[in-house]
Design a protein around this ligand. Structure first.
Ligand SMILES: [Zn+2]
Length: 409
């Protein structure tokens, strides 16, 4: 997303929806990457004078939760409650404070049923003996987000079911006999994942909103299906103005996945590194690119953070009572330039990596100037305040220099 695409900032509201986690296990660093990127974007939008309103769904109806319930003998509700609570704790621990509202799918069954009924009545969905399916054949736009042709889509073989009209149709409601079940006009069953999001998004954000965010793995079929539903439910187009997808996360150079057994939970990562170290690490790679979580990168982030803090300390400690002079003017001029560069990096598709380089380069040179002459107290205070405003977008330099309890070398 570029600056010229954004509306005029003057207090304008920006409505955003973020695809939340499925609460069957602890959240991992892939979640951290996406939600930290969202947090930094929202902090920046606020900094630029917008009024973002951010909604996140919680997927608490899902086959993986049911599977876990069968494995552990615990109820579906108990598992979902436990991991939703853990997720909210993790978000807090990472300093993610920009999500205005979290909404679990199970609280929105009537909204979901209403939308499915509407889709059937307009001919966009049909009932079979196994459930209700969305008929994608009528939509010319289906496949555009993921750049797939009709022929490509037919080959994806998702949700195999002989009762569907087309292989690429996706479920809105699945009929089941085993709990958890909800009643519906089509018999007891459970909603499809895609319609959960659309029902929640449209309830709180309206029939068209500004930004939808999530991991790149959600582009197809999830987000493609959401566009299909949203555009079939409303005359307003586009359903979503900007789609923002975060890139994949590798661990030690290998894709992080459950099947490879290399999943790192947010809690595990926070026993070795501080939230600020994780934030600086993630901000160092553009959100769309592949990020690689490894010890050397994290130790680099720790060192970088340490030197940024040292520069800040020098700036705030060594100001004198003397009048402002040439060095003050030079420092303020450099700061204005750094602010302009920082803003232009963030305006360029939220390039936190470039913005961070601008910030650390400014701090390094500012602390060098300091060694030869002292600044007037007012200059130091103003510079520290303005640097903190930028650092706060990344979410660093706000806390003390406390190190985590266990430091792995
Ligand atoms: Zn979603």
């Amino acid at each position: 997303m570029r600056e010229d695409e954004l509306p005029d900032p003057s207090g304008q509201e920006i409505k955003a929806f973020v695809c939340g986690p499925t609460v069957y296990d602890y959240a991992h660093l892939g979640h951290a990457r996406t939600y930290l990127a969202v947090d930094m974007m929202v902090r920046y939008l606020r900094f630029r004078g917008y009024r973002p309103y951010v909604l996140m769904n919680i997927t608490d109806i899902d086959e993986r939760i049911i599977k876990k319930s069968k494995e552990t003998g615990r109820s579906v509700e108990e598992i979902a409650d436990r991991f939703e609570k853990a997720f909210l704790e993790d978000m807090k621990a990472l300093g993610i404070e920009t999500i205005d509202r979290f909404e679990p799918a199970s609280n929105h069954i009537p909204d979901i049923i209403r939308q499915i009924g509407q889709l059937i009545s307009t001919g966009h969905a049909y009932e079979t003996e196994t459930g209700v399916y969305f008929d994608v054949s009528r939509l010319t736009t289906y496949g555009q987000l993921s750049h797939q042709s009709k022929a490509d889509l037919r080959l994806r073989r998702l949700e195999l079911c002989s009762t569907k009209r087309h292989p690429e149709d996706f479920s809105l409601w699945r009929k089941f006999e085993e709990a958890p079940l909800w009643d519906s006009p089509w018999g007891p069953g459970r909603p499809g994942w895609h319609i959960e999001d659309t029902a929640i998004a449209m309830k709180y954000l309206g029939s068209s909103y500004d930004i939808h965010l999530g991991g790149a793995e959600l582009v197809f079929p999830h987000h493609e299906a959401e566009i299909a539903q949203g555009e079939a439910l409303s005359d307003k187009k586009p359903f979503v103005k900007y789609w923002i997808h975060t890139g994949m996360l590798n661990v030690g150079g290998v894709k992080m996945s459950k099947s490879l057994g290399n999943v790192v939970t947010i809690r595990d990562a926070l026993t070795n590194y501080t939230a600020e170290e994780l934030r600086l690490f993630f901000a160092s790679t553009h959100y769309r690119r592949v990020a690689n979580f490894c010890k050397s990168e994290l130790l680099h982030a720790r060192k970088e953070l340490g030197s940024m803090r040292k520069s800040m300390d020098r700036l705030s400690e060594n100001s004198s009572g003397k009048a402002a002079g040439r060095s003050d003017l030079r420092l303020l001029r450099d700061l204005s330039r750094a602010e302009a560069d920082f803003t232009s990096a963030m305006d360029d598709d939220f390039d936190t990596a470039r913005a961070l380089r601008v910030l650390s380069t400014f701090l390094r040179s500012a602390s060098q100037v300091r060694t030869s002459s002292e600044f007037e107290a007012g200059t130091s205070q103003a510079v520290v305040k303005r640097v903190l405003a930028m650092a706060n977008i990344i979410g660093v330099l706000a806390t003390s220099t406390a190190m985590p309890s266990t430091v792995s070398e």
